[in-house]
Design a binder for this molecule. Structure first.
Ligand code: E4P
Length: 211
């Protein structure tokens, strides 16, 4: 399973990258706004800065919701750097746009996915990644990891090539359960990645060995 970091914060991206286990980055409009990045030029520059750090796939989300605008916005994003993956919402025009991007050699991440049916549509359109939001599903008292397992099963028996990118990760256990469920990628906040390091017996063993 690949590890992406789910943030637009450059110092967190650098910290995760320096761990040597980072395979990419995902962002969304909320995460960009959190970093105070506003306006088209500033947003495009920020994506370039992220690509320069990681040299791995970087998901950049479109703001538009109609086909022509999604395509124009996606083309501008893809022109920033070869590592950009255009992130497109799971709506009717989004599916049409993913199909267009696929046919024109632009990688895509179909976002805001909450059901197996939506994941099938994303795969049929040729999305490079599909992003089920498991934390938000958990928030509604459903088991988000179950959805990851269901999509993994369907993609396997149907031989779909779309990568399952587990998103909306809330804790380190989510990462472990996504690995068990067959996610291809898990995109995580930095604390959830660093949480994987922790075990009290490791701390006790360190004290025994080195004090
Ligand atoms: C990443 O691609 C998603 O936009 C992100 O994981 C959503 O996370 P949230 O549910 O914590 O906002």
């Amino acid at each position: 399973m690949k590890f992406f970091i789910d943030t637009a914060n450059l110092s967190q991206i650098k910290e995760a990258n320096e761990l040597g286990i980072l395979d990419g980055v995902t962002t969304n409009p909320t995460l960009m706004a959190k970093e105070g990045i506003k306006g088209k030029e500033a947003i495009l520059k920020h994506y370039k800065d992220i690509c320069d750090i990681v040299q791995n796939p970087v998901s950049a989300e479109v703001f538009s919701t109609n086909l022509n605008d999604i395509i124009e916005e996606g083309k501008a994003l893809a022109a920033i750097d070869k590592h950009i993956v255009v992130k497109v919402p799971m709506i009717k025009d989004g599916i049409k746009a993913i199909k267009w991007f696929t046919e024109n050699g632009i990688k895509t991440n179909c976002t805001l996915v909450f059901s197996a049916g939506q994941a099938i549509l994303a795969a049929k359109a040729g999305a490079t990644y599909v992003s089920p939001f498991l934390g938000r599903i958990d928030d509604g008292n459903w088991d988000g990891v179950e959805l990851i397992s269901q999509i993994a099963h369907i993609y396997h028996i149907q031989n779909f090539k779309t990568n399952i990118l587990a998103a909306s990760i809330r804790n380190s256990l989510h990462i472990v359960r996504c690995a068990e469920a067959g996610a291809d990628v898990c995109t995580c906040p930095l604390p959830s990645i660093l949480g994987l390091l922790k075990h009290p017996l490791t701390d006790i063993g360190l004290t025994q060995f080195f004090s």
